[in-house]
Each structure stands twice: as C-alpha cells, then as structure tokens.
Ligand binder design. Structure first.
Ligand SMILES: *Cc1c(COP(=O)(O)O)cnc(C)c1O
Length: 380
C-alpha cells in the first residue's frame, strides 16, 4: 500500500454530504468503472469479497435456481459454499487446479444443459490460491458457441489493478471486486459492476430484500451502498485510483507482468535438483498477481515462512485450503518494484539454504537476468 494511500485513509471522517467526500465518492465510482472497463452501473458494499459474492448471487439468482461453478481452487470452493448457503444449487465444472478449466468442457456442459437449468456461469478470473489466471474472452466464446443464455459472472477480485479487465468488451454480465488486493486498500469495500441484462434478471426474480438489495440502493441518492459508506476507504481508494491513472494502465499492467516474470524465472531456476516448483503448470495462464510455489516432496512450507517472518520481516503468503503446508505464495500485486521483489527472492533463497531445502541455486540471478532484459533508463 502506497504511503499516500495510507495518508489519505488516516483522516477524520466527514459527513456523507461533505463536498470533499462527494468528490472522492465520484472519483471512486468513475475510476473503478473505467479500471474494469464498463459503462454500466456499479454497486458498492461495506464488505469483504465474501460480501460481494453474496450481494451478487442473491440479487441475480433466486433460491433453488442452479449455477455452474467453474473449479479453480479455494476461491471457487468458497464461492460455491456461499451460494449453497443462500439457497442456490451449484453444479461443479471440474478442472485440473494446476492448469485451470478446459474451455471445451465448459462448452460441452452448456450444450448438454438443454432445458437451460443453469442460470449463470461463475468463474474466478485469477485464482489467488493457485496463481492460475484464465482468459475470460475464451470462456465467453465457449458460452456463445454453446448458444446458452446463462449469465456470465466473473470474480476479478485479484486481477483488478494487476491485469487488464475489460468487462464490457468481454461481455461479462456481472463483475465482482474487492478493495484489498490490486486496489491497494484495507479490506472492507466490495463491489459488483452489473450490465443491463443482469439488472433485468435482478428485477425479474424475487430477490432477498436485505442489506445487499440492489433495487433499494438504486433508489438512494448515491445509487450504491446500504447505510453509511466506508468514508475513509473511499478517500484511500480515490488516491489509489489517481496513482494508477498517473502511472497509466498499460504501464501498471506491464510492471505487474515484468515483476511476475522475474519471480517465475527465480522459481524455475530453483526447481532443478528436486527443488520447489511453480504450482501453475500452464505458462500461458501464469498469474501476474501472485505465484504459488509447491514445496519439494516431503518438505513443509511453514518453517520457511516462519524463518523469513522472524529473521527478515518478510511475509510470504501461506498456501490456502488443502495447499496450506504444501505451498507458499509470493504476492506481486500493488505498490512494488524490482528492489522489493529481489529482496524477497533473496531471502527465500537464503532461507532454503539455511533450512537445507533442496533447490538449484541461482534463482536470484535468474530474476536479475529477467529484469535486466527489461530495464531501460527511464526518467520519471
Ligand atoms: C481475496 C479473494 C476473494 C475475497 O476474499 P475476502 O477474504 O472475502 O475478501 C474472492 N475471490 C478471490 C479470487 C480472492 O482472491
């Protein structure tokens, strides 16, 4: 999180009619829409990503209707559990978690659903647990080719702000995001961008009338939120969006891609001699937000994480779900640069030496090579 974002958050709360708050609110609404590539409406909630899932699903899918959940990892599992919890039936499209879904299997599943029982296809764009990112246009094409009318609902929580997201161009009907990943905020602001087809479906079903009710939000002056908006988060987000615009979106995504490539070059070098490996097996689907790393057979990731935390103040993300001790993750999203990535990679290499974890040396050197190929002298 950039200092200027932290400073923007650290201020006294204002009234929601205060001009400074209104301006920040408008910046967030317009900036988010432009960042995710939509002209349509966007609903915001004071919530985590789980809240944004619930808000989206309960507004679009009635009780006992069915959705197709495309398997990706812990987040598709948890999203499915949440759907079931609010009374939605879930059909699972199975996938190899180290490669991501087979596009043809999505097309075939939809063709087989002749009665159109499936009301929505739910996909996690970037699976934060595995570091596998699927191409949304290819999945959209599979839905189109099947002739199926299901809505297309995409969780872009950990791709927004790191990789290109073009909701309208990709014809996504509802796009889910949350503040605490590439948007460089604390947790607490969830949102859904919703096109006309999705809004029409919302109006046609008997949706629950609680906290997340979009119809009630549309009647409010702000056309979003139930109750008080998270004032300080919106000041922070407004500043973060300003920074992203200042950097330029193509530079922002190129920086994430460059840093991710450096991380992957290091892991590939380490993987010799029975060392740790990239969890993602499809190089074309490797995430630019996060890399999940599979420990060598028989080695637990936790001692390495503990050593880095205690000795070097470096926090590696843990594996998620059943990958907890089998993997660790390097987050490379948000406000970071080569120096920070190289620091983390160096400490991992040092930690593996200290603990005797099998690996081929030279990961840091491989990252330097990757960065050197992409370092031009730039005046800012
Ligand atoms: C973080 C994350 C979420 C939401 O998680 P919360 O902890 O509920 O905010 C949802 N989907 C993906 C892909 C995520 O990375």
């Amino acid at each position: 999180m950039p200092d200027s974002v932290l400073n923007a958050i650290a201020r006294a709360a204002t009234d929601f009619n205060d001009p400074s708050f209104r301006a920040a609110y408008a910046n967030c609404m317009n900036g988010l829409k432009s960042l995710v590539g939509t002209r349509h409406h966007l609903f915001m909630y004071t919530s985590s990503g789980h809240g944004a899932w619930e808000g989206t699903m309960s507004n679009l899918i009635a009780r006992d209707e069915t959705v197709l959940m495309v398997e990706s990892g812990l987040h598709s599992d948890d999203w499915a559990i949440l759907c079931a919890g609010v009374g939605i039936k879930v059909e699972h499209l199975r996938a190899d978690r180290r490669c991501g879904v087979d596009v043809e299997s999505l097309r075939a599943t939809l063709i087989a659903d002749r009665e159109f029982r499936i009301k929505a296809v739910c996909v996690v764009h970037n699976e934060t647990a595995t570091g596998v990112m699927v191409a949304i246009p290819a999945l959209r094409k599979a839905i189109d080719d099947s002739g199926h009318p299901a809505l297309f609902i995409v969780d872009a929580v950990s791709s927004i702000g790191c990789s290109e997201v073009r909701m309208d161009n990709w014809r996504v009907d509802a796009l889910i995001g949350s503040s605490q990943k590439g948007l460089m905020q604390p947790v607490g602001l969830g949102f859904t961008a919703v096109n006309e087809a999705a809004l029409a479906r919302h109006r046609s079903i008997d949706a629950p009338k609680g906290y997340f009710n979009w119809s009630v939000m549309l009647d409010r002056a702000q056309r979003s939120f139930s109750g008080t908006a998270p004032n300080n988060l919106l000041f922070g987000l407004s500043e973060a969006l300003r920074l992203m615009q200042e950097e330029g979106l193509s530079n922002l995504y190129e920086r994430h891609r460059r840093l991710a490539r450096g991380v992957r070059a290091a892991v590939r070098a380490w993987s010799g001699d029975g060392g740790p490996q990239e969890y993602c097996l499809d190089a074309d689907r490797a995430s630019d937000s996060v890399t999940a790393i599979l420990m060598p057979e028989g080695w637990d990731a936790e001692p390495l994480r503990a050593l880095l935390r205690q000795r070097f103040n470096v926090l590696l993300a843990s594996g998620l779900g059943d990958l907890f001790s089998r993997t660790f993750r390097i987050g490379h999203m948000g406000d970071l640069n080569e120096a920070m990535v190289l620091g983390v990679l160096s400490c991992i290499e040092l930690g593996m030496r200290a603990l005797g974890v099998p690996h081929s040396p030279g990961g840091v050197a491989a990252a330097l090579d990757a960065f050197a190929a992409n370092t031009r002298h730039q005046r800012r």
